[in-house]
Design a protein around this ligand. Structure first.
Ligand code: ING
Length: 303
């Protein structure tokens, strides 16, 4: 058995004027609880350092950039890295990344995996960006991720970490089977993701009552079909007028939900994840080498 004690650190709303420092105090408190409960790893949500600003129209570039991190770690977030090292607890953190690459300013919706020594193991940049680029004044809130972020350019990497094969995705990525399969093909045994999912989808209001169902449907499918653990952590509750689902959860390779949050605030739950439970799925029913027929899948990668 390769047991990993994984803490899901769901966050309640972060207000527009809550400082990074104030948010980091909340994150450290959750990490200290997790350490008391013997966690090896704590998973925070997507864009966990600020309110989810893609819900708002921002036309001033300096204001937009104020929601991004120019370096990671940086002074505001350093206390979280220090706590990780002190408590010997690794973590996953989602944040808005401002980078200068290829001679230009670039913005990504990013997540990092940090080890028990407080060092960054890997980084992922969100590939499936939902929403749109132009303002929709008639909608109760916006989803301007396609405007504020570039499509991630790091692929779907899987790292050897925490005694297993660990990958990351972000929010909307979890709705796309390809995200799980690309990592499954790399032997992923634990996939970490954060999400900001409004209850109301202005484009499809008829699905509003299905938000929690669809949330777990896609993660349970991805876990089972790739013989991997999947950890999904929400930023929940009514944040600046936008009601977001909670239901953070840990899903086993069987597809079963083993742990779930039940509030819409800051909430820690802990799951004992035996990474060896992946083995039987990966060597029998989902033995890719034996059963997959990629010669018939060409359409999947055509544009
Ligand atoms: N948010 C949402 C998500 O994919 C969404 C967008 C909501 C898509 C509801 C479809 C239905 O969970 C992010 N940040 O991707």
């Amino acid at each position: 058995a390769r047991i990993l004690n994984v803490g899901i650190a769901q966050l309640g709303p972060i207000s527009r004027n809550e400082s990074r420092q104030d948010v980091v105090v909340r994150l450290v408190a959750l990490m200290e609880d997790a350490a008391r409960m013997g966690c090896d790893l704590v998973v925070y949500p997507e864009a966990a350092l600020t309110a989810f600003f893609p819900h708002w129209w921002i036309d001033d570039e300096d204001e937009l950039d104020s929601w991004f991190e120019r370096a990671m770690p940086n002074p505001a977030v350093q206390p979280l890295f220090d706590a990780a090292r002190r408590l010997k607890v690794g973590f996953h953190l989602g944040y808005a990344e401002l980078a200068f690459e290829d001679g230009r300013k670039r913005r990504f919706n990013t997540a990092i995996l940090v080890g028990k020594d407080g060092e960054i193991i890997g980084k992922y940049r969100k590939i499936h960006l939902p929403g749109y680029t132009d303002r929709r004044p008639g909608d109760p809130f916006q989803n301007l991720e396609k405007r504020y972020f570039e499509v991630g350019n790091l692929g779907f990497p899987v790292w050897h970490a925490f005694g297993g094969r660990v990958g990351m995705m972000i929010c909307n990525d979890r709705r796309w089977p390809e995200s799980y399969r690309v990592m499954g093909l790399q032997g992923a045994e634990l996939i970490l993701l954060g999400y900001n999912t409004p209850v109301h989808n202005p484009a499809m209001p008829e699905t509003d009552d299905l938000g929690n169902f669809h949330n777990q449907l896609v993660m349970q499918s991805g876990a089972y079909q790739n013989g991997t653990w999947v950890v999904g952590v929400a930023r929940a509750g009514v944040e600046e007028g936008v009601d977001q689902i909670g239901q953070s959860c840990v899903i086993a390779p069987s597809g079963e939900v083993v742990v779930q949050c039940t509030t819409l605030g800051d909430e820690l739950q802990v799951a004992r994840c035996d990474l060896d439970l992946c083995n039987s799925y990966k060597t029998s029913i989902f033995n890719f080498a034996k059963h997959r027929r990629p010669e018939h899948y060409g359409l999947i990668v055509e544009r």
